[in-house]
Design a protein around this ligand. Structure first.
Ligand SMILES: Cc1cc2nc3c(=O)[nH]c(=O)nc-3n(C[C@H](O)[C@H](O)[C@H](O)COP(=O)(O)OP(=O)(O)OC[C@H]3O[C@@H](n4cnc5c(N)ncnc54)[C@H](O)[C@@H]3O)c2cc1C
Length: 424
């Protein structure tokens, strides 16, 4: 990406990079007269999918609104307006850019619909004034080349990534501090009601994300015990919950790593602090895979191209969605998901395994329900993990089938989690 524009006006088309820190476009727009932010909500994102439910829940939409209000305030502090438009980005983005004779920047997406929309926007504009780049990675795509073969497993990817990132200093061009103080009213503005047992009782937006970083790291020092608590099921502190902000780019992996390194210098590094990095690499693995495989990443039979059998049962699927299966641990997790928009990693592994292995349903249907509900929905992590559990991609063992009864005994031995979410 060449790093300058001589246009007087520049538009940054925001996508899943809803933040002002760690933004590559800042380098392009140095000295520009007018910078404008643009966010387009494509109606397709809340349309009904092939299985009869919406791609996005109302709760997800409310959280998106919080992220956007917070971004709008951060931008306003710097005199930058944010235009939020409803409609097809293929019409809106070129129109707004041409109307102002502006240059344009955006972060690349790799999933089919978003990638096609971006390329059709590009087709309508002068490419000399469009700046598109890879973003939200830990391992920068420029620092690694997969040539013709992407690492076949996470462990191969991790080894390579760790080698490259070993001496990485995670530098941000500006200090990471909260810009505006008005966070609590966000929930009021979005009209979102927090469930009393929500594991993610946070408002959206970078400012709340920075608060969470501080709380999880420096204030409570939870990062030093992460590896012991990460399989927890109840409460906000058994894991970082950074995914809530990472999903829309309100926090970037670089912002997290910078703070994690600072924390390690202050409090010491241990297995737990390393494990947060390790888990962030899982996220990076799926993001890189999405970039590398593009449409193949979303194929029904995954990357192995081996067909796998499933039978469609609307009744069984509805039972799973509503937490009415014969397994109370799965049920509790599914109720939590529906009511709060979150489920722990332990819950996700079990709920997914139950649907695809015990009920032998189509993994894409499960992934679509997670997409509908999850406030941290991320296309790469979601599809990658579903394929991994199913065994159609990335999994050297060819699938992960959990014994959900045994998992419940192990991780919810006192039944507190099940009692919290199941009424009887
Ligand atoms: C079927 C299934 C679907 C999933 N869908 C999503 C999704 O849509 N969005 C999403 O962000 N994660 C998804 N995950 C991964 C994981 O469950 C969540 O990232 C995690 O539970 C979020 O909570 P946390 O931020 O407290 O995680 P922590 O345990 O604190 O981990 C720190 C960070 O590491 C990353 N991470 C941790 N585990 C994974 C993993 N297995 N794969 C990829 N990244 C990981 C996340 O960015 C997370 O924020 C899914 C997992 C499964 C099994």
């Amino acid at each position: 990406m060449s790093m300058s524009t001589n246009k007087e006006t520049h538009i940054h088309w925001f996508g899943n990079d809803l933040r002002m820190v760690d933004q590559p476009f800042a380098r392009i727009t140095n000295g520009i007269q007018q910078l404008i932010g643009l966010y387009v909500i494509d109606p397709k994102r809340i349309a009904f999918n092939q299985w009869g439910f919406r791609n996005m829940s109302l709760q997800r939409l409310q959280v998106l609104r919080e992220h956007l209000i917070d971004l709008e305030r951060d931008l306003a502090d710097q005199g930058i307006p944010l235009m939020v438009r409803w409609g097809d980005p293929r019409d809106i983005v070129p129109r707004e850019t041409q109307k102002r004779n502006a240059s344009l920047s955006f972060m690349k997406e790799y999933a089919t619909h978003e990638r096609n929309a971006q390329s059709q926007v590009l087709d309508q504009l002068d490419p000399a004034y469009v700046f598109q780049y890879d973003g939200n990675f830990l391992l920068q795509p420029d620092d690694c080349s997969w040539d013709d073969s992407f690492p076949a497993s996470f462990s191969r990817f991790r080894k390579k990534a760790e080698k490259i990132l070993k001496h990485q200093t995670y530098i941000l061009e500006e200090p990471l501090k909260r810009r505006n103080k008005i966070i609590e009213p966000l929930l009021k503005e979005s009209q979102r009601e927090l469930h009393e047992h929500s594991a993610i009782p946070f408002p959206g937006g970078t400012n709340a994300g920075i608060d969470r970083l501080n709380a999880y790291l420096f204030q409570s020092k939870r990062a030093s015990t992460y590896k012991k608590t990460r399989n927890g099921l109840l409460g906000k502190d058994y894991s970082t919950k950074f995914s809530f902000w990472l999903a829309v780019g309100a926090l970037s992996p670089l912002m997290i790593m910078k703070e994690l390194k600072k924390y390690e210098e202050k409090e010491g590094s241990n297995k737990s602090t390393y494990w947060i990095f390790f888990e962030l690499l899982w996220r990076d693995f799926f993001r890189h895979a999405g970039k590398y495989y593009k449409d193949d990443f979303f194929a029904k039979n995954g990357l192995q191209k081996s067909s796998w059998g499933y039978h469609e049962s609307k009744i069984a699927f509805d039972e799973w969605v509503n937490g009415n299966t014969l397994n109370d641990f799965v049920n509790a997790n599914m109720v939590e998901l529906k009511e709060t928009g979150f489920m722990s990693n332990r819950g996700r592994q079990n709920a997914a395994s139950f649907l695809v292995h015990d009920q032998q349903e189509d993994w894409r249907k499960g992934a679509a329900w997670f997409e509908h509900c999850l406030l941290d929905y991320d296309v790469y992590s979601n599809h990658g993990n579903w394929q991994y559990v199913t065994g159609v991609s990335f999994n050297p063992r060819g699938g992960s089938q959990f014994n959900v009864e045994a998992q419940a005994d192990r991780y919810d031995s006192d039944r507190r989690f099940r009692q919290t979410w199941l009424k009887n």
